[in-house]
Design a protein around this ligand. Structure first.
Ligand code: NUP
Length: 224
């Protein structure tokens, strides 16, 4: 089953929360940050800020230490020629990531020749105004399905796209909640499976209770 580890942690914690850790202070003391969101989040998302702050060695050891407790999603929106996508995805898997975001508009993902890659999550619709991506949404969705990708990023405010990706059976990850303006739980209500939340938790004075509040809002929305 796709995203088995994520669903298992999600069930155990009654959580549909993935916390994006992009802020310097939270990254410098990353173990403390992880311990504050441990009871509320099923997953953690690291992008370039985490890699450029921690470096690959520290990132690997952090994920090794916490691998039983979080699903780790790599958010590098990989979009290169198939060979290089494969090289990058193998390296991300080697660092300890369980899943990784990829773009699909460039095509070629179906031809990846990789030994071991993280589970792929196609960026189908972003949370900001991104007309070029939105215009290609249905074609990119059909392509992602044909390429046997099981997950999709769809911005929390793009309800029509959430519904469409849901009908296709993809596991949907929605960012754009909190700091970018969408209400907690609003994407879940439209059919998203997980909400990716960063600054509204990480920059809070009390990270632990902000994460717990988000998880509670999700529990109420979905009756978890
Ligand atoms: O469309 C996207 N929007 C988005 O915000 C795709 C993403 N991957 N993200 C990521 O989600 C973004 O890189 C950040 O790490 C997180 C949202 O964080 P925040 O706006 O809740 O702080």
């Amino acid at each position: 089953m796709a995203f088995e580890k994520l669903w298992s942690l999600s069930g155990r914690r009654r959580s549909r929360l993935i916390v994006a850790i992009d802020e310097a202070n939270a990254l410098e003391d990353v173990s403390s940050t992880l311990s504050k969101v441990e009871e509320s989040a099923a997953g953690v998302k690291f992008g370039f800020p985490a890699l450029l702050t921690l470096g690959p060695d520290r990132m690997r050891s952090v994920m090794q230490e916490w691998k039983e407790r979080f699903y780790f999603l790599a958010d590098y929106k990989v979009a290169d020629i198939p060979h290089i996508c494969g090289v990058i995805l193998e390296q991300l898997k080697g660092l300890g990531f369980d899943g990784a975001t990829v773009h699909v508009f460039q095509r070629g993902i179906e031809g990846l020749d990789v030994f071991e890659a993280p589970e792929l999550v196609a960026v189908l619709a972003m949370s900001h105004r991104s007309p070029a991506l939105d215009e290609g949404f249905e074609a990119n969705l059909a392509y992602a399905k044909a390429a046997r990708i099981s997950g999709a990023v769809v911005g929390a405010s793009k309800w029509r796209f959430i519904e469409s990706a849901k009908r296709s059976g993809l596991v949907i990850f929605s960012p754009g909640v909190g700091a970018q303006g969408s209400e907690l739980g609003s994407a879940l209500q439209k059919g998203a499976d997980f909400e990716i939340v960063g600054r509204s938790i990480i920059l809070s004075q009390d990270v632990r209770s902000a994460a717990e509040k988000a998880a509670e809002a999700h529990r109420r929305t979905l009756n978890l």
